[in-house]
Design a protein around this ligand. Sequence first.
Ligand SMILES: O=c1[nH]c(=O)c2[nH]c(=O)[nH]c2[nH]1
Length: 323
Amino acid sequence: MSSQERVCYYGKGDVFVFRTYQTPLEGIKTIPESNFTGRNNVIFGMNAKIALEGDFLHSFTKADNSCVVATDSMKNFILRQAAQYHGPTFEGFLKFVCNRFLNTYPHITSVEITADEVPFETVQVAGQNGLEASPLVYRHSRNELITTTVKVARTEQGNQLVKQESGIKNLHLIKVTGSSFYGFIQDEYTTLPEAKDRPLYIYLDIFYRYNDKEDAVSDNPAVYVPAEQVRDIAASVFHEAETLSIQDLIYRVGCRVLQRFPQLAEVQFLSNNRTWETIVEIPDSEGAVFTEPRPPYGFQGFVVNRQDLVNEGLESPTESVEA
Ligand SMILES: O=c1[nH]c(=O)c2[nH]c(=O)[nH]c2[nH]1
């Protein structure tokens, strides 16, 4: 087996990149579920993880470091490229860095980078006409974050984008009333009571893939899908729907995301059930007292694709093929 066929990679994680005054993301299409119109990119912050594949076999088997790009150098390389990239998206930046690696080091065969946004929110400060968003001070957000992965491989036809996905991680949503879970198997193992109304708290990671990977990295706002709009669709659908389970909810969210974005091929969900435990039901009141659930926690994984829209009568088969 040649070194090309053998799994052989190494890289660096927790590469923090903070680029200020990056080109803003503008010209995004608006959707009814979201007031997101763009990113000012005053802080373009991410935690990146890079992995290189290539002819590194002898670095493992013969202690030969002559082909080794030190992982410390990888970190420096990524940081320096952040000054050279002038587009508005994480996706575009990662593709830019991957290409620069392949063009700099001929023995590297592919570069994969995943970047998790380090999110900062605007803060309101006293201005001339009341409160206004400070253009200078930002608050580190502990909420959900954008994530994206790009892999570029060297091929006979040149560098090719071979993997791309974007998404939103750690989205935590609670719906205090209007969710149920009943009708599940009742047997000698069942102790969970059926719930006609439960305070459904979910942790969600949502990933999406384009029909044409190039649309994700092209920095063209007309075809770019902002993770913030996907996040807002999830919240809107949760609000609107009387859901029968988390499975039901994520399927509905996936269908809506694909309806809004014909340029997407599929939406993947990883969900976690954190439904609050009821402690006190308060008589003659809508309110109750809850606490965090105890482990273990249930989870779901599902991919919704365009065929689901056809099956639901939300898209014609021909539209689906064209998309
Ligand atoms: O939405 C849910 N789906 C399940 O599959 C499940 N299982 C469970 O115990 N609670 C829930 N909730």
